[in-house]
Each structure stands twice: as C-alpha cells, then as structure tokens.
Design a protein around this ligand. Structure first.
Ligand code: SF4
Length: 331
C-alpha cells in the first residue's frame, strides 16, 4: 500500500480538495481591495491540492472596496451580529443565509480540509473581536466569523485551521496529516466498503493514532473489533468522528518516540547488532530534540521495506503526506 493521498480501495484517487478563504490565494477581495496571499499555502502546499476559494463577503453581494464589518453582541448575551461599523446596518441575516447555502453546496465537493483567514468577522475560526453594543472600550476576542461557524457546524469532522496557526511547524504538520487522513477515509466510504476494508484502513493507521492518543487508539480498536454488531451507518459515523478527533489531538515528541520504539521492536529480531543500535540511538536523539522526526522515520522506512515487514511498511505513519512538503523535517 502506498498510503499518501491514495485510495486504499485501489481506485484512482480523487484530488485532495481544500476550501480556503479567497484572499489567502492572493485574490483582491478584501474590504480595501487588497489580498493576504499566503506564500506557503500557494507555493508549497498548492501544487499538492486543489483549492476551492470562497470569499463569503463578496459572494454574498458585498462590494470591493466595502465598509468595515464587525461582530457586535447585545448586552443580553445573544449570538454576535454582523454590523457595518460606520452605519450600524445589520448584515447578519444576509451572511447567515449565504453561509448556510454555500456550505450545503460545498458538501458535494467532498472537501478534505479548510484554511480560514484569521480575525475576519466572516472567516475567522476563533478569537475574532466581538464588540458589546453600547459599551465603549476594547472588544472581547471570543467570537467566530459567521461563515466559519456555519462551516464548522456542518462539517464537524473536517480539518479546519487558520493561516496564522499554520505558521507553527507542529500545527501545520498536524493539520496536513489530518487532511490527507480524512481524504483517505472519505475514499474508503465512497467505495462499497466492507468490514475487511475498514479493518485494513484501521490497521494502516494504528501507529499514526498511537502517536496522537493511546486512549483513542484503544477505543477505536474496540469499535472495529465489535463492528459486526453495529448498523453500518452508526459504525461509519462513530469511526469517522472518533478517528478524526484522535488525530486532532497534538502528537508529542514523547509519544512519537514511543511509537518509533514500538516499531523498532517489530524489527528487532531481524536487525543485526549495529543496525539495531543505530536505529535506537537515532530515536533517542529525536526524543532529546537533537534530530528531527524525519531522520528515524527514514531509517525505519528503509528497514521495513528492505526486510519486507509489510505491517510496518504499510503504516501511514511512515508516509502520511507528500514527502516533498518535508513537514517532519521541522518537528
Ligand atoms: S477574510 Fe474571508 S470575507 Fe474577508 S476577504 Fe478574505 S475571504 Fe473574503
């Protein structure tokens, strides 16, 4: 199995589609006619995915340029409303209706992830400024953009991140790992999946799950073990939500090192003394922060293939996303 971005059913994989705030691609759709082109998303990740650009404000009929919008909460604590700062016009209903219909349309595109523009009253995922009606003073940073909220409500398992958080190497690697894992899972569901195919999928992701959370790894194992007792729809929904929630838990250096040692254990009897020590030393060096994760992974991959240890060689953990992205050279 070559798991990265591939369809475990053996069919040609569909493209990895990621929704994105249009201004991040360099489209001049911002309130001031500018853009917020993100070099990493466009130049580095861009060649590996198909972007679906959405500008909720322009697509819902607002002009370029346009007046500044803000989220405003009334004193009663109701949901924030979208208000034109200069005039007080309330655009909440317009944006809410647009968002509901746009996310419904996105459903058909089978997105595997979404990157949102931070701080926007439409696209911001979290910590968006919310002003309090009739109160002067600084806003609270506890809101979500109206489009972002509709998106996350409709697709609770979809990997979603803001471009600002993706500047962190760990969060970036975690997000892109989730995108490609979700893509493989959706490919599994799209096929006429069997319990055997689900078991194969789960088996190929065991080490990846362990690196994120051992508790969820065991829970998912129990779910798959009693798969025959559950209705298909329930099994599918529970597996998807628990699998994606597990991968959303950040993988720590310590858990990575434990997984690497676990994998090395599978090879122990087949490696000679020097190879065994080289591998263990490299894992320890990673555990101490002296070498990036990519180094022990490359050696494990090499030995797993050379010795034809299929269970290890097929683990998505060894190959979770396109190697050209070099994401594990920085964690
Ligand atoms: S943040 Fe969202 S609404 Fe604002 S310009 Fe970018 S895509 Fe459009």
């Amino acid at each position: 199995v070559a798991p990265t971005g591939n369809d475990l059913t053996g069919n040609d994989p569909p493209p990895v589609r990621i929704g994105i705030s249009a201004c991040l691609l360099g489209r001049p759709v911002r309130y001031d006619g500018g853009h917020k082109r993100d070099r990493y998303l466009v130049d580095v990740l861009g060649p590996h995915v198909d972007y679906v650009a959405v500008c909720p404000e322009v697509e819902s009929g607002m002009s370029i340029p346009r007046p500044t919008l803000r989220l405003v909460r009334s004193g009663s604590g109701a949901d924030p409303r979208m208000i034109v700062a200069e005039t007080g016009d309330d655009l909440t209903t317009r944006m809410t209706r647009f968002s509901e219909s746009r996310v419904r349309a996105l459903d058909e595109l089978q997105l595997s992830g979404y990157v949102l523009k931070k701080n926007s009253p439409s696209c911001g995922m979290e910590r968006v400024k919310v002003y309090t009606e009739g109160v002067a003073g600084p806003p609270r940073k506890d809101g979500a953009g109206l489009f972002a909220a509709a998106l996350c409500a409709r697709f609770p398992n979809l990997p979603v991140e803001e471009e600002g958080r993706l500047e962190d190497a760990g969060l970036r690697e975690c997000f892109i790992e989730r995108v490609f894992a979700y893509h493989r899972l959706r490919a599994l569901w799209r096929a006429r999946w069997t319990l055997g195919a689900l078991v194969a999928f789960h088996t190929a992701h065991k080490m990846a799950l362990m690196a994120h959370t051992v508790v969820a790894y065991r829970q998912l194992g129990r779910l798959v073990a009693r798969a025959r007792e559950l209705p298909r729809a329930e099994l599918r929904d529970r597996y998807e939500s628990e699998f994606m929630a597990a991968l959303a838990r950040p993988a720590s250096r310590g858990r990575h090192a434990n997984v690497l040692m676990h994998m090395a254990g599978h090879l122990k009897a087949r490696l000679d003394h020097d190879d065994r020590h080289e591998l263990v030393d490299l894992i320890e060096s990673f555990r101490l922060g002296q070498t990036p994760l990519a180094a022990p992974l490359a050696l494990l991959r090499h030995h797993a293939r050379r010795l034809e240890v299929t269970y290890l060689a097929d683990q998505t953990y060894l190959n979770p996303h396109p190697s050209e992205l070099m994401l594990r050279h920085r964690v």
